[in-house]
Design a protein around this ligand. Structure first.
Ligand SMILES: NC(=O)c1ccc[n+]([C@@H]2O[C@H](COP(=O)([O-])OP(=O)(O)OC[C@H]3O[C@@H](n4cnc5c(N)ncnc54)[C@H](OP(=O)(O)O)[C@@H]3O)[C@@H](O)[C@H]2O)c1
Length: 325
């Protein structure tokens, strides 16, 4: 028997930590002893039932996990291997990693970089790996240090915190947009050179505005993304990965057809394995473990539901890791 955070739909929605056995696990060719999981925005939506993230019931929550392989019938994995799982519908359609055990598909697993413990890998989690995917997308577009200010929205959140730390380490001048002015010192510790109030970006704005950003990492969507595009400098790029303000995109084509800016969509869930491995190896190189610890709060499985509620209420800074064993 082991503990799992189980989401049930009938007779009414319920999220609770239960003792389950191996028979509760889904099909898969690798069984993992999960040491740590985490709470991303999507986990918050699933655990509070705020959005229809879960599409198979009952579900074990947890879109991310890290631990060691217990059993594998796949040749590429053997007992004792340290692994990381991000996305692929885990915690949505396939039982997830907010549990001491998970049964997963071998082709979904990434070898955990030696630089990271299971806890550190989950302090990064999907949020941090997505921040790295955003930085990689901007670099592929041609962004280089010294080209000007880079804006990060939702800056005290999981994606935002890791994006600020990564971009600053890579030599960029990072401007952090936040709704939490009291966290200015935190954002400066991560490497932000300036802080702006997210209210400057969140209301409807003009199609073209004063050019400011060499590039943007946006975790917020809606008017914030539209204004970020309208303020991006000629030829710059915006990596869009989130919807914390909203899923809408109330923009015009002006920044694209008059300033040649690029809007780069970033998806972590179905990202191909080569891109995942590139992101994890760059995180091992470019993310300062001391700053990662600054971003991280730890809770046990029993406290994960309360922590998910705080995340959805916008009361959390940085990343929450969940000890599953
Ligand atoms: N594309 C992908 O594959 C992918 C992967 C991971 C995450 N995401 C998305 O990225 C977003 C961020 O995820 P996360 O894990 O970093 O979540 P998070 O830790 O909850 O951070 C979200 C941050 O957004 C800001 N925010 C919240 N409500 C807002 C509002 N109404 N208007 C403007 N800003 C608001 C807050 O930062 P401040 O208080 O500092 O403003 C908050 O901390 C989510 O929408 C998530 O679904 C997408």
């Amino acid at each position: 028997m082991f503990k799992a955070l189980v989401l049930e739909k009938e007779p009414e929605f319920r999220a609770s930590v239960r003792e389950v056995d191996e028979g509760f696990l889904p099909e898969g060719d690798v069984t993992v002893a999960v040491e740590y999981s985490t709470l991303n925005y999507k986990d918050g939506l699933a655990i509070t039932n705020k959005s229809p993230v879960v599409r198979s019931w009952p579900m074990v929550a947890g879109i991310d996990g890290s631990g060691t392989v217990l059993e594998s019938s796949a040749p590429q994995w053997k007992a004792g291997d340290a692994v990381v799982l991000n996305g692929f519908g885990v915690g949505e359609t396939h039982k997830g990693c907010l549990a001491a055990r998970a049964r997963l598909k071998s082709q979904w697993l990434v070898r955990r970089p030696q630089a990271f413990s299971a806890r550190q890998a989950m302090a990064i989690g999907t949020a941090g790996y997505t921040a790295m995917l955003c930085v990689l997308a901007l670099e592929r577009h041609g962004l280089k240090a010294g080209e000007g200010e880079v804006l990060v929205t939702g800056a005290t959140g999981g994606v935002g915190s890791v994006a600020v730390a990564l971009l600053a380490k890579l030599g960029h001048k990072v401007v952090a947009a936040t709704g939490k002015p009291a966290e200015a010192d935190y954002l400066k510790t991560l490497g932000a050179t300036a802080i702006i109030d997210r209210g400057e970006l969140s209301a409807p704005g003009k199609p073209l505005q004063k050019e400011r950003w060499a590039a943007v990492v946006d975790a917020v969507g809606s008017h914030t993304l539209a204004n970020a595009c309208a303020q991006t400098r000629y030829g710059g790029a915006v990596a869009a990965c989130g919807l914390a303000q909203g899923m809408d995109f109330p923009a015009t084509v002006a920044p694209f057809i008059l300033r040649g800016i690029a809007l780069l969509g970033v998806d972590s869930v179905m990202a191909p394995m080569a891109r995942r491995e590139e992101a994890w190896s760059r995180l091992a190189r470019d993310l300062d473990p001391k700053l990662l610890e600054t971003m991280t709060t730890e809770v046990g499985l029993a406290d994960a539901v309360g922590a998910a509620q705080r995340l959805m209420a916008g009361e959390v800074r940085g990343r929450i890791v969940v000890r599953t064993s």
